[in-house]
Ligand binder design. Structure first.
Ligand code: SAH
Ligand code: SF4
Ligand code: F3S
Length: 471
């Protein structure tokens, strides 16, 4: 038993991060033979990619994927803690699985991901969800084969979650969802501690992968025919800072671009760590996509300060203007409404920023208190009602959608390169993404999947575009 611990999770020391090269213990090699798995993923791209590692690990010990959850021998929930509704979804699913396990006690149910790193969650599981066989955390995915092995001989819930600053694990097996676009982690964890956010506690200390390990992975992907890599991190712009090896995200982007992989993306950027050199590199290299996700969170300096975001609205505007100089760039954002104490004036300043930036699109959220974060204490005395917050969200979304439509309309009758991803629900139609990450539907056939094609835009909506193939 190793329970999560919030105090340890908050600690940051200058201790060196250990690099572990994953190796499968032979003892576990065949434990999944003739058995199947189902992995349910909640949350962000980081979790999606962790699930690719989880599936890789399961396949390495003999399990096969089962598209039907109810028939699988092992069910793993890879969870997200970012907001209350993510929590509720996972607990709802645990309720469903309780019934399944009553009928089939031999099935294994496990929970991992960000919720596994939370003390409150694990306590609730131990108390109310005894049908969960084991829980493992974001720092020790590699323990999965051992935990399955041990669970077969035990009828007690096993908790194996590490909260101390994580290690860096290289060489985990991976089963990628796509054959042509891939996620590549470049930096784990987060040290920013924005006051509303749970991620620094659930993902631990900021740890960059060595540039050579990242490049090896990208080169292999390119040789396997991949068309696109997305460099992943909670704050990719901080890449390399913790390594002190004299390189940063700009240097990494240059090297990744030079591998010749057709498309390079990176997500998420924190305004604080965005340097002019990074902007120059994005400008200069054609295969670095002109797309930046630049979370604003709020347009009010007072709220930004309470959030601990370390920039003012004027710093943000300056950076935004510089980024806008990149030809054809699209910029998207994240915004939280109803942070504790947000007034109408604060909210109007957020609307002002949206009017200034005219984002290509945005993810918008109502503030959700997370146990153990500083903002959760402010929330206890928050005078603003949920109704007011919902109205603000509605108003904000209307404005955002207008600007999305406006920016999409600018694309009408022009030609764009689209990486075809799949068959649309509309008959005879395919869908894919432009270099600027806009979704386009167009007539075509399945042979185009995984290929970059030219599409002329014929119709623009807020959330997607329609076009036709250009021969
Ligand atoms: N690392 C990224 C964001 C990761 S979380 C960054 O720093 O920008 C994705 C988004 O969820 C955040 O940008 C924020 O807008 C939102 N979010 C995070 N914590 C939240 C909370 N407690 N309530 C509501 N939204 C939250
Ligand atoms: Fe959360 Fe802030 Fe870190 Fe993003 S930068 S993951 S919002 S603490
Ligand atoms: Fe959720 Fe964890 Fe990602 S909290 S958003 S899955 S880092």
């Amino acid at each position: 038993m190793e329970l999560p611990n919030l105090v340890l999770a908050r600690k940051r020391t200058s201790n060196e991060v250990k690099k572990i090269n994953y190796q499968l213990n032979e003892q576990y090699q065949n434990i999944g033979e003739n058995k199947t798995f189902y992995v349910k993923t909640y949350g962000c791209q980081m979790n999606e990619h962790d699930s690719e590692n989880i599936e890789g690990l399961l396949e390495s010990i003999g399990f096969k994927k089962n598209p039907d959850m109810e028939k699988a021998d092992i069910i793993i929930l890879n969870t997200c803690s970012i907001r209350e509704n993510a929590h509720n979804k996972a607990f709802g699913m645990l309720g469903r699985l309780k019934h399944l396990k009553e009928k089939h006690p031999e099935k294994i149910v496990a929970l991992c991901g960000c919720m596994a790193q939370e003390e409150v969650v694990v306590r609730e599981i131990l108390k109310k969800h005894k049908h969960v066989n084991f829980v493992f955390g974001t720092h020790n995915l590699y323990d999965l084969p051992r935990l399955i092995y041990e669970c077969v001989n035990s009828n007690k819930t096993n908790i194996c979650v590490k909260s101390e600053e994580g290690d860096l694990v290289e060489g985990l097996p991976v089963t990628r969802v796509s054959k042509f676009k891939a996620y590549v982690n470049i930096i784990y964890g987060c040290d920013k501690f924005c006051t509303y956010c749970i991620v620094p506690y659930t993902r631990g200390k900021q740890r960059s992968r060595k540039m050579e390990d990242i490049l090896d992975e990208v080169i292999k992907l390119k040789n396997d025919g991949y068309q696109e890599v997305t460099l992943l991190g909670q704050n990719v712009n901080a890449y390399g800072k913790d390594l002190n090896l004299g390189y940063d995200l700009a240097d990494l982007l240059i090297k990744v671009s030079e591998t010749g992989i057709p498309r390079v993306r990176f997500i998420t950027s924190h305004p604080w760590d965005f340097t002019d050199r990074m902007i120059e590199v994005i400008k200069k290299y054609d295969n670095i996509m002109p797309y930046v996700h630049l979370p604003l969170q709020s347009g009010s300096d007072r709220i930004l300060k309470l959030m601990g975001r370390r920039y003012t609205s004027s710093d943000y505007k300056q950076l935004f203007d510089k980024l806008k100089e990149i030809e054809g760039i699209s910029i998207t954002t994240d915004i939280i409404v109803g942070f504790p104490g947000e007034t109408d004036d604060d909210f109007n300043e957020t609307l002002d920023m949206v009017n200034y930036c005219k984002y290509d699109s945005a993810f918008t959220f109502i503030y959700s208190p997370r146990v153990g974060t500083p903002a959760a204490k402010l929330y206890e005395n928050d005078p603003t009602t949920l109704e007011v917050k919902e109205n603000r969200l509605y108003k904000l979304n209307e404005l955002i959608n207008n600007y999305s439509l406006e920016s999409n309309k600018k694309m009408l009758n022009k030609e764009y390169l689209v990486l075809t991803e799949g068959v649309s629900t509309k008959e005879g139609m395919m869908w894919g993404y432009t270099e600027t990450n806009k979704m386009v539907n167009f007539k075509g056939n399945e042979e185009l999947i995984g290929k970059i094609v030219k599409v002329k835009i014929l119709d623009a909506k807020s959330f997607s575009l329609d076009g036709e193939l250009v021969e």
